[in-house]
Design a protein around this ligand. Sequence first.
Ligand SMILES: C[S@@+](CC[C@H](N)C(=O)[O-])C[C@H]1O[C@@H](n2cnc3c(N)ncnc32)[C@H](O)[C@@H]1O
Length: 265
Amino acid sequence: MTDPFQDVDAGGDDFVDAVAQALEVRAQEPIMVKIVEDYLDLISYPPGGIHIEVGAGTGVIARRLAARATTGQVISTDPSPGLVAAGQKLGTGISNLSFEVAGGASLRFDESSIDTVLFHTVLSHVPDPSLLLAEAARVLRPGGTLVVCDADFEKTSLSNFQGDPLDMCAKYFAENFVTDKYLVSKLRALVADAGFDLTHFEVTSRVITQGDGGMTWVGMGGQHMVKSGQIGPELAQGLVAEYQRRKENGSLYGHLPFATLVAQR
Ligand SMILES: C[S@@+](CC[C@H](N)C(=O)[O-])C[C@H]1O[C@@H](n2cnc3c(N)ncnc32)[C@H](O)[C@@H]1O
């Protein structure tokens, strides 16, 4: 089963809309805001600097980057035309932010021309992350900054008890919507092999006790099981209802560690 994030548009308009919404919702969670703002603190923003986000989806993180890089420009790139179109609408009026359809293994930028390359939950969705890291190394200027933030999907959990059906959805999502759920464990070696000097590595717990962040696992996972003929729509609806019930009665408990890596070219 291929990770649908490798080609979001192939999933159709409804899937593009669902992904766009899920990315926007996730980025608003207080813990995700903190993770992002903490790594944005570690980037330098020289006048005229060029910062690119690769695999930016709707550009929800690129918008935050643009708010920091006020004297430079931010280019939000993604291979999905549908997500780029959604991002262009959401980013309207931000003068130092532009959008491009592009895959991360082949960027149009000259070598040593870019100040920052950011990958936020992208490398776990590609078959060969070393190709994207090599391209980042090519376009970054010497001393430029690489930021990688990714989820340790192997530890995805939505578990309140042994055999919890919501936890099955979380595990199903990690199996079917992620290309390499062990990416985080390999990240430091991959970045070193691409010629970068590691300056920062930390892992932060994204704990989900409210909101719809974990609904991505239950909703998308359930829909995928229905489409595959594994369960009927009634069960998928029941799983969504159970997520809502836990959200309302205060028993929702999800967990996914996020790693942040910063390195210099
Ligand atoms: C989970 S989303 C993350 C989007 C965004 N970075 C965020 O966190 O909101 C993964 C993104 O990786 C993109 N992607 C998949 N394959 C890619 C590739 N080869 N190069 C660049 N981006 C890719 C997808 O189109 C999708 O937008």
